[in-house]
Design a protein around this ligand. Structure first.
Ligand code: SF4
Length: 225
């Protein structure tokens, strides 16, 4: 691909081409109105991270803070997610983080205040086009789905998070896919069970990080042969 910069044609590397293509998709998604969420959200919250990321996290949907900032996983659940990444030795700037739907699903509460709600299946289906494009361009080796909605969006409706949490699955999305709890679910646990559930979530993120690092080492070793 040639890109015109300051009147000159620039030759792009393969990774630069992919990054440029991802930016084109991001721009296209910013004007999306393919489901009703597009008309009620502040903005599209597209995925964030380098196109070269080998590990992708897929959550459910943006919440209020993400909707305002236009970035995924920055609210309370995002903070817990960051803690889990840090505990697992995963550098967030090296991974790709996105959601199954790119606009915030919400309803008006009794006082008129906006409350997050789960995305409807029709909204997940409509938004799948963007997730598939992200997967096609990033081509992660490892995908970690956060929550049942994300897991079913990637692995199919038959996937049961309660039975299959933390187990590796091969899928079209990536050779190594694992589903774990959504950090929001951890945060709403009663105090007596929160630490146990938090540990499950942290363990799964660590397992995903270990697999991602192991595959990186295998790829690096193969490259020097
Ligand atoms: S949620 Fe997805 S499909 Fe719906 S309007 Fe937003 S970007 Fe488009």
């Amino acid at each position: 691909m040639d890109l015109e910069i300051d009147g000159r044609l620039a030759d792009l590397t393969f990774d630069e081409e992919r990054q440029a293509a991802l930016e084109v998709v991001r721009a296209a998604a910013s004007g999306c109105l393919d489901c009703p969420l597009g008309a009620i959200g502040t903005q599209t919250v597209f995925g964030a991270g380098p196109v070269t990321a080998r590990l992708m996290f897929i959550g459910e949907a943006p919440g209020g803070q993400e909707d305002k900032a236009g970035r995924p996983f920055i609210g309370p659940a995002g903070k817990l997610f960051d803690e889990a990444l840090e505990a697992a030795g995963i550098d967030r700037s090296a991974v790709y983080v996105t959601n199954t739907v790119k606009h915030r699903p919400w309803i008006a509460g009794p006082t008129g205040r906006q409350k997050n709600r789960a995305p409807k299946q029709s909204e997940i289906n409509a938004c799948r086009q963007w997730l598939l494009r992200e997967l096609a361009l990033v081509q992660p080796s490892v995908v970690a789905c956060l929550g049942a909605k994300a897991a079913q969006a990637v692995l199919g409706k038959a996937f049961r998070l309660t039975d299959q949490r933390g187990t590796w699955v091969q899928s079209e999305a990536a050779p190594h896919v694992l589903a774990t709890l959504h950090p929001s679910y951890v945060l709403i646990q009663p105090e007596e069970s929160r630490e146990r559930v938090r540990n499950l979530f942290f363990d799964d993120i660590r397992i995903a990080g270990d697999r991602y690092r192991h595959l990186g080492e295998v790829e690096a070793a193969a490259a020097v042969l």
